[in-house]
Design a protein around this ligand. Structure first.
Ligand SMILES: Nc1nc2c(ncn2[C@@H]2O[C@H](COP(=O)(O)OP(=O)(O)OP(=O)(O)O)[C@@H](O)[C@H]2O)c(=O)[nH]1
Ligand SMILES: [Mg+2]
Length: 367
């Protein structure tokens, strides 16, 4: 039996991993391949799982720990995807604050599951906003040097780096980012993509079809710095129901929550890594996001419906303590509800700092 192609796309929080996975899934599905997707988060209630499922894809999730720290759950989730209809390709999205994934995920699959999986080159996405500031070592990146260390290490283990969001960048900005990457990672190929418009996705697919010396860049990494950098991010996943006696625009409400939250974080001086809200109503859905303090909040997917009730999930990753983050999220939701005359019922909120990564496996040399 042919092995399943395992394609993992990494990159910092909000870089565009889910959007890229959606593009790749569509590309392979359109060509008649069976595609399975695995999402990952430190908690339950994932916006990404809902976003990709709403697009019609077969999505399994590893929730509650990252792939590296719950490797067995990654393998179990992939085998469950195989149960009904064996995928030809599995697309996997690791947590955006994780690194050292070659040593802790790719190498273990290569060594322990070589008969079942065939590993594609490992692509890592660069988010221009935070990426540029961190690569230039500018003061005021919004993140501490330890959090910036994670982004740098993610790029270091990539077989190919993808500059995303080129639909928003001038030719000079793309050139500047390409030069910065070449300076820091001279041996790593760089591709330019727009996960939003699909520009460059064919080139990415071509790169990913290669066989060869990939998934072998084992990092020299300090786990204390990595753990401290990750723990500086407040993490929150919240699920709630909003309802009203009158119809309301779900898109407007989703965006208003992100706009309100951005304002609160800005006033307090806390840098967002990624805020996302998804609203679901009878098979329709909308998504709003914010990926940095200097990027405007946006409705990335419009639901386009007036509704009387919707399920909403908020995921926030911000450089602040989780208690404050939870307070701000609740305050933002309550303020928007009051403005629009909505009732809100919070079902579940998890907010915490990610714990120290303790990988299930770590291979210090590569095959
Ligand atoms: N303009 C533009 N926006 C993009 C592009 N790719 C992604 N985005 C937007 O950037 C935001 C984050 O994208 P995601 O795909 O959710 O990013 P991610 O890396 O999966 O984020 P996390 O899972 O939270 O780490 C969303 O609002 C996307 O619509 C792009 O090429 N151009
Ligand atoms: Mg994602």
């Amino acid at each position: 039996m042919q092995r399943i192609r395992y394609i993992m796309i990494g990159g910092f929080l909000g870089a565009g991993k889910t959007t890229t996975l959606g593009q790749l899934a569509k590309h392979y599905t359109d060509r008649g391949l069976n595609v399975g997707i695995v999402t990952n988060d430190q908690a339950t209630d994932l916006v990404d799982t809902n976003t990709l499922r709403s697009q019609g894809f077969d999505v399994g999730e590893v929730a509650g720990a990252c792939f590296c720290c719950n490797f067995n759950e990654l393998m179990d989730t992939m085998s469950r995807l195989s149960a009904d209809q064996r995928p030809d390709v599995i697309l996997a999205e690791p947590v955006g604050s994780c690194t050292d994934l070659v040593a802790t995920v790719i190498q273990p699959i290569k060594r322990l599951f070589d008969a079942e999986f065939d590993i594609a080159p490992y692509a890592v996405i660069l988010k221009p906003s935070h990426g540029r500031r961190i690569l230039k070592n500018e003061a005021g990146t919004g993140f501490s040097p330890k959090a910036a260390y994670i982004l740098s290490k993610q790029l270091e283990e990539a077989d190919v780096i993808l500059i995303n969001r080129i639909d928003e960048l001038s030719a000079e900005e793309v050139q500047e980012l390409t030069s910065l990457l070449t300076e820091h990672h001279p041996k790593t190929p760089v591709l330019q993509i727009s996960a939003r418009t699909g520009t460059g996705i064919d080139g990415l697919v071509e790169f990913l079809t290669q066989q060869g010396d990939f998934g072998r860049k084992i990092l020299d990494i300090d786990y204390d710095t990595y753990a401290e950098g990750e723990a500086e991010l407040g993490w929150l996943n919240s699920s709630l129901t909003v309802s009203s006696s009158q119809k309301f625009s779900l898109d407007t409400v989703l965006l208003a929550i992100v706009v309100d939250l951005k304002q609160r974080l800005e006033t307090a001086g806390f840098e967002p890594a990624h805020l996302k809200t998804i609203g679901l109503w009878e098979g329709f859905f909308g998504v709003a996001n914010l990926i940095s303090s200097d990027t405007p909040p946006e409705l990335s997917l419009s639901c386009g419906h007036e509704v009387q009730e919707a399920e909403v999930i908020v995921n926030a990753r911000v450089a602040c303590d989780p208690e404050t983050l939870q307070e701000y999220v609740h305050a933002a939701v309550d303020a928007v509800a009051a403005q629009h005359g909505l009732q809100v019922s919070f079902r579940q909120t998890q907010s915490f700092r990610p714990g120290r990564p303790v990988p299930t496996h770590r291979f210090a040399d590569s095959v």
